[in-house]
Design a protein around this ligand. Sequence first.
Ligand code: HXC
Length: 513
Amino acid sequence: MDRNQHLIEKRESSKIGGGEARIKRQHDQGKLTARERVTLLLDEGSFQEIGALVEHTSTSFGLDKMKFPGDGVVTGFGTIHGRLIYVFSQDFTVLGGSLSKTHADKICRIMDLAMKNGAPLIGLNDSGGARIQEGVVSLAGYADIFYRNTRASGVIPQLSVIMGPCAGGAVYSPALTDFVFMVEDTSYMFVTGPNVVKTVTHEEVTSEDLGGAKAHAEKSGVNHFTAGNDVEVIKQVRDILTYMPQNAEELAPMTTQFEFTTAKNKAIQSILPDNVNLPYDIRKVVDSLIDDDSFREVHEDFAKNIVVGFARLEGRTIGVVANQPAALAGVLDIDSSRKGARFVRFCDAFNIPLLVVEDVPGFLPGTDQEWRGIISHGAKLLYAFAEATVPRITVITRKAYGGAFDVMNSKSIGADLNYAWPTAEIAVMGAKGAAEIIFKREIAAADSPEDKWKEKEAEYADMFANPYRAAERGIIDEVILPEETRAKLIVGFKMLENKVESLPKKKHGNIPL
Ligand code: HXC
């Protein structure tokens, strides 16, 4: 046979994965194939495959008769919006996308290239886990990947897209990466599946309830972004990458294509209710400050009492961390502290300036929180902010009470600029609780303790439920009108654009994990 023709045929055979019947099954389940996904993900015609002809070397359990060129994973590089990207895409039609040592080696090769060349790594996961026939060598293959995920953490962005089953060790690579995307109804992640759960704990649970996109978006927080199908999730990945730099040495790309509806500046006045105890949606405040339609919320359905996400300010990426008075009054608890801390660390690792919008009544009290370790978890957020060296600006819209005031990017833990609106209340605690403690005897001795309490509450509120005590002491830099905020942020971040701050020499810190 003509040698060139031979190559062409070999190439073609590598493209059909596990064969037409299995491809049909994949499509019938509403899933795209590994190659279709890569084609959609990358800019048209940009994909360059590496290792299309690689085959496994196992012979146990008849594997020697089950060889598929590529061994169940498509790997290579290409571009997204013209920027270099490395990708692997597991092919469920080949032995359930299971991970052999050879399959792992292909992924590691891509990871090594991504690290050396400073470009993001995207993993499209669709795999039944370790290739059972291979035994322990496939476990070593997983460990090779985990090792590289960890080494690459904070060096290049790593995104994991879960597009099918992801069980056993297969969940730990995504967990080590920066962001996890899941597809509703067709993807799930768990350390042990429903059958093992039933045997060990006698719980009856479906795969979806145990580890579907919704469960991980709302309950565990493992899933950062949810999409309705394969096409939608790939669009999300392409979009979110535009907010990130290629690696930790670079800045996120800037766009000149931004708009800002100036009417938002006026409307911002009316977002806060007159009654300070009523909730409002902090996302409306955030939206009024940033470029139109630029907010990309991360972890939208998890720990809703804090809102985190990427946004743009005059075309530049910023990371937003905002207390959400519309959920649990915006209180800080275990989950919101973890959520906030992880996002702050991503932004700091990848040179993304931070905007904090603060309205926080304090930490959530109670045995549940204390016994589950709110002290250590709250300290994660404190640590993450205190360690961050990127430009950081805080805007206090309303409450900034107690320890939560310190934690939420206060000046003393390194914020570069702190602003407060005239509605801000910066104090050790709310006026009612404060009056009860410091005027306890006076209240008890009064003819009408209730009236006395109210009187003392008003006295305390008058003194501290405002931004001016903090402004007098320089604890905040300026009290600003809400409609001035966007302009202040633009000038502030511009002033901080060349900020250089380094941490003391150390191997690494010891964040309270
Ligand atoms: C080899 C596998 C496989 C695996 C699936 N297949 N998983 N082959 N090793 N791990 C093969 C099946 O034999 C089948 O081959 C094809 O893939 C499709 O599988 P089905 O079962 O028909 O598909 P479906 O009904 O959709 O179920 C998918 C599944 C199920 C839920 C993923 O296959 C499953 O439970 N697989 C085993 C999951 C598992 O326990 N993995 C090991 C985890 S332990 P044919 O030829 O029929 O198409 C682990 C340890 C790592 O990963 C630890 C690292 C630290």
